[in-house]
Design a protein around this ligand. Structure first.
Ligand code: DGL
Length: 297
């Protein structure tokens, strides 16, 4: 078990004395996780948040499982060192490919998008389309989760490699983005889906465009909403729900803070202050898993 807090010592007195006041760590490769952050602001307005965008290594969706596990590990290690009480993976790709591994390596509770999203999808319909990054689609994570909940549900997944770069570049209203979306949705519409799952947290940023393509009869499922509902239940269960006013959200990125501030302003409605973090210096390859949580370099 890795434990950065063992290593960091007694830095986070506030979190230790009043653990419910500690922040929740939320991460994604970029601006996708802001769709989950929006849900947290709506559903859990008292929670303080540390948001990390691993923008230096974006996009995740074309990476190998090994890389995604490694990046996720480095992020959760950093989150623990910041004294978070819980981590929400606001990234479906990490949720699909890394959650089991990192859950076994860290003490902090870690929530992912796949199961909450699948539960909501199965309630919404029986012919379920999932649009996702190539890595998530290839992992079959959503399909397996959906069919485990309801073996009669049909599920089709489409990898959409162009969406994340287009969204990160704020090309939401481009006619090119519309054409790309149409071609990704075509095979799903041919199957007459009744439900479409945003299998990547970037995609709710395209909700207006996607709605115009699928029509009013198809239910749109945002697993970000579902994971925040699950988070609220988990916080209650653990007695960790914050009842005090929250601290301002801290934003941190591994790439350019200026670029993130620019691309997130349209989703946040204001220009955030953004810190820079170096995740790679942790060099998790040098960590030993069988040393009782102590770290060796
Ligand atoms: N927004 C993330 C997801 O939900 C990552 C997308 C990417 O970086 O490819 O999968």
């Amino acid at each position: 078990m890795f434990s950065s807090s063992t290593f960091e010592g007694n830095l986070y007195n506030l979190s230790e004395q009043e653990p419910q006041r500690a922040p929740i760590g939320v991460f994604d490769s970029g601006v996708g996780g802001l769709t989950v952050l929006r849900q947290i602001y709506e559903q859990l307005p008292n929670e303080s948040i540390i948001y990390l965008g691993d923008t230096a290594r974006l996009p995740y969706g074309i990476r190998s499982q090994e890389e995604i596990i490694q990046f996720t590990r480095e992020i959760i290690f950093w989150m623990e060192s910041q004294g978070v009480k819980m981590v929400i993976m606001a990234c479906s790709t990490s949720s699909a490919l890394a959650i089991e591994t990192v859950r076994s390596e860290f003490k902090v509770p870690i929530l992912g998008l796949i199961l909450p999203g699948a539960v909501t999808a199965v309630k919404a319909g029986k012919r379920i389309g999932v649009i996702a990054t190539p890595a998530t689609a290839k992992s079959n994570a959503y399909k397996l989760a959906i069919q485990e909940i309801n073996s009669n549900a049909l599920c089709w997944q489409v990898g959409c490699p162009e969406f994340v770069p287009l969204i990160e570049q704020n090309r939401i209203d481009d006619s090119y983005t519309f054409e790309v979306a149409r071609s990704y949705l075509e095979p799903l519409l041919k199957q007459e889906i009744d439900t479409l799952v945003y299998g990547c947290t970037h995609y709710p940023h395209l909700s207006t465009l996607l709605r115009s393509l699928v029509g009013e009869s198809v239910a749109l499922v945002d697993p970000g909403k579902s994971v925040v509902e699950a988070c609220a239940q988990e916080l209650d269960l653990l007695g960790l729900k914050n009842t005090y006013p929250p601290l301002p959200t801290r934003f941190a990125v591994s790439g350019s803070p200026q670029q993130f501030a620019q691309s997130s302003v349209m989703w946040l409605g204001c220009t955030p202050m953004v810190e820079s973090v170096n995740l790679e210096h942790l060099n998790i390859n040098h960590l030993s898993q069988d040393n009782g949580g102590l770290i060796s370099y």
